[in-house]
Ligand binder design. Structure first.
Ligand SMILES: C[S@@+](CC[C@H](N)C(=O)[O-])C[C@H]1O[C@@H](n2cnc3c(N)ncnc32)[C@H](O)[C@@H]1O
Ligand SMILES: Nc1nc2[nH]cc(C(=O)O)c2c(=O)[nH]1
Ligand code: SF4
Ligand SMILES: [Mg+2]
Length: 193
């Protein structure tokens, strides 16, 4: 759908320069999704792997975030192999609703109520990022934390439109349950992509 060089705004790698590749197509249907224009899988021009790798490596940073849409609706083995061949570090943003494909250096799983994550993807996560939209999401977050590995980082990120309402609850929760951390969509405060 689009590519851009920016700063990773969310989660464990917040603040690091990264080249984003946003792949079209998602059928998960989150009511609050902030990139709904990514949903139609055929609405976006196709690009060759060679072009994407050349664009990613033309910039100084070598961290590449594959996002979407739901990137795991595509077979990511060829793209991630080519990126690794070119010396990139491959990071993914996924809901976990489709089987994992590709070679990854960092896997961020952000599970959704609208289409459940696969246990195999949760087990492979380096980072679990729960979007907090209402107060029932804390119990839901714990259900998913029980399904990730022991070294997986745990993040609570406010849904953007509910941030002022949810942030006090998130702060209290993290103080009471310090294995969780706060994640904010810092790129939206910085007004960058
Ligand atoms: C647009 S999604 C694309 C990747 C994948 N489909 C997913 O949901 O993980 C990228 C990240 O943005 C988060 N996100 C989307 N809309 C959001 C919103 N309104 N507020 C906070 N986070 C949001 C998602 O949970 C996910 O972690
Ligand atoms: N700067 C920036 N960081 C991000 N981290 C995850 C994003 C995404 O949409 O997947 C995202 C995004 O859209 N922009
Ligand atoms: S899974 Fe990701 S891209 Fe798909 S609707 Fe939800 S937030 Fe948007
Ligand atoms: Mg985004």
């Amino acid at each position: 759908m689009e590519q851009f060089y920016t700063i990773q705004g969310e989660g464990y790698n917040t603040g690091r320069a990264a080249y984003f590749i946003r792949l079209g197509g998602c059928d998960v249907g989150c009511v609050w999704c902030d990139v709904k224009e990514s949903w139609p899988i055929d609405a976006h021009p196709r690009q060759s792997i060679a072009h994407l790798v050349a664009a990613a490596t033309a910039d100084a940073g070598r961290n590449v975030v594959i996002t979407g849409g739901e990137p795991l609706m595509h077979d990511l083995a060829p793209l991630t192999a080519a990126l690794h061949e070119a010396g990139c570090r491959n990071w993914i943003e996924t809901s976990g609703a489709y089987p994992l494909s590709g070679q990854w250096d960092w896997i961020c799983v952000s599970p959704k109520k609208f289409k459940a994550p696969l246990p195999s993807v949760l087990a492979a996560a380096h980072e679990l990022k729960i979007i907090v939209f209402n107060k029932s999401d804390f119990a839901w977050a714990e259900q998913h934390a029980a399904l990730v590995g022991p070294d997986c980082r745990l993040y609570l990120q406010p849904e953007w439109s509910k941030a002022s309402e949810m942030m006090p609850l998130i702060v209290d929760y993290v103080k009471a349950q310090p294995r969780w951390q706060v994640s904010l969509q810092t790129h939206k405060f910085l007004d960058i992509p």
